[in-house]
Design a protein around this ligand. Structure first.
Ligand code: AMP
Length: 421
């Protein structure tokens, strides 16, 4: 029997790690620049937390959550996203008495039982950032700017914002009613999914990708025509700030995003892939009713999540280079039993001095060890044999030039340190 990684998951092999290390480093750096503090929330939470916040009638809650059971008969869901857990933590730890707003970010895996394809996995990673406790559209702008800077800083090409407002509990229902009424007149023209969606989660019809539904969507009422004065003002102020900053965006009245908790601002960043197609690399928005829905005090919030796999795929498609990870600088080879014994002490000393070093194992000939050393792409190979032991020295071979010299043992570490700098 051969085991394989579960469908929709993958191993991040060493050759891919430079992308991950670089990206995660940039994420921590940017989050700090914007004054965000890191929070880690559990990988699993109560099922109800997600059902209530994301919404019962969403794809995520209806069919994509991984439910894990405990022996005690309790069950939990692997987190499909971070906002619900972050807002749960905000309430649980009484963060509303901290200086407001609270800016929090997380990096970690999320899980959705989706149909795997390029850029869509069942275990994927998100960078998630939230500003909780602030309704100023400047908070929306900051979250959007953080998202934008992330991609710009990484060197992405062909970036664009997609922007919409989905109103609030006052005006959203009026719009939804108009949308449902419009769809009632067009039920014969749309797909089965949309006929169902218009009953259970009407806004989702705007998301439909089927060709058959496109003409109906194009003529559908637009939410921006239904916004109440407060929402319209909030949206106008955000757009004004984006204009002032010179950040281009596309008003996309079809952008509703799949999650129930959004109010007012919703946005996505799209990036051009290798082939020129546009691809959502992150999405987010405002969720002013969420804290209250989860039993907390009424607290506005805005945030976004970026998928790290999609970022890395796009970096690779766009040919964006990342710095290599440090590799061993030194290979310690030995000849004879005494040399082998002495090499253990030398390796320890090198590592203590901060010099990355690897050793030869087993009883290979010196020639075989040298081949190993050159495959390991080290800068220096150190050789410890009888002669070296007798003269309390080490032979140092420069792997780039092929030259060798005998270096007194007590000078070795210091000399290596300065030449490896
Ligand atoms: P969402 O939470 O659905 O708004 O997703 C936010 C971001 O997470 C998306 O823009 C993607 O970059 C990423 N994402 C969501 N679902 C997946 C998935 N199944 N596989 C990989 N990335 C995903």
């Amino acid at each position: 029997m051969r085991f394989q990684a579960p469908r929709g998951t993958f191993d991040v092999l060493p050759d891919q790690q430079p992308y991950w290390r670089h990206l995660i480093g940039r994420l921590h750096h940017l989050a700090a620049l914007y004054g965000f503090q890191q929070i880690d929330v559990p990988v699993f939470e109560e099922v109800e937390l997600f059902a209530r916040s994301i919404g019962e009638a969403t794809d995520i809650v209806e069919k994509e959550m991984y439910i894990v059971g405990g022996k005690e008969g309790d069950s939990f869901a692997l987190r499909p996203e971070f906002t619900a857990g972050t807002v749960r933590a905000y309430i649980e730890h009484g963060m509303h008495v901290w200086p407001q707003p609270v800016r929090l970010y997380s990096i970690g895996p999320a899980f959705r039982r989706e149909r795997p394809q390029k850029g869509r996995y069942r275990q994927f990673h998100q960078f998630n950032a939230e500003i909780i406790g602030e309704q100023d559209p400047l908070a929306d702008l900051e979250v959007m700017s953080l998202a934008w800077d992330l991609y710009e800083d990484l060197g992405f090409k062909g970036l664009s914002f997609q922007l919409n407002s989905t109103g609030d509990p006052k005006c959203k229902p009026v719009y939804v009613k108009a949308l449902v009424a419009y769809y009632q007149d067009h039920l014969g023209e749309v797909c089965d999914d949309c006929r169902r969606r218009i009953q259970v989660n009407p806004l989702r019809v705007l998301d439909c990708k089927r060709d058959q539904c496109q003409p109906v969507i194009a003529q559908a009422p637009r939410i921006t025509d239904y916004l109440c004065d407060e929402c319209a003002e909030h949206f106008a102020a955000l757009r004004q700030m984006l204009d002032d900053l010179g950040r281009p965006y596309t008003l996309n009245h079809r952008l509703v995003r799949g999650l129930d908790y959004y109010t007012r601002t919703v946005f996505e960043v799209w990036a051009e892939e290798g082939l020129g197609a546009q691809n959502a690399v992150c999405g987010g928005g405002r969720y002013d009713g969420l804290a209250e829905l989860l039993g907390g005090p009424p607290t506005p919030g805005v945030g976004f999540a970026a998928g790290l796999e999609r970022i890395i795929l796009t970096m690779q498609d766009q040919g964006i280079a990342v710095p290599p990870l440090p590799s061993p600088a030194v290979f310690v080879a030995h000849a004879g039993a005494d040399g082998r014994r002495a090499s253990v002490g030398l390796l320890t000393e090198l590592r203590r001095a901060g010099i990355p070093a690897v050793s030869a194992y087993g009883d290979r000939s010196l020639k075989a060890q040298m081949r190993q050393a050159s495959r390991a792409a080290v800068t220096y190979t150190l050789i410890l044999g009888d002669e070296e032991l007798a003269s309390d020295s080490v032979t140092v071979r420069d792997m780039n030039t092929g030259t060798q010299e005998r270096v007194p043992r007590r000078e070795l570490v210091q000399r290596l340190k300065s030449s490896l700098k």
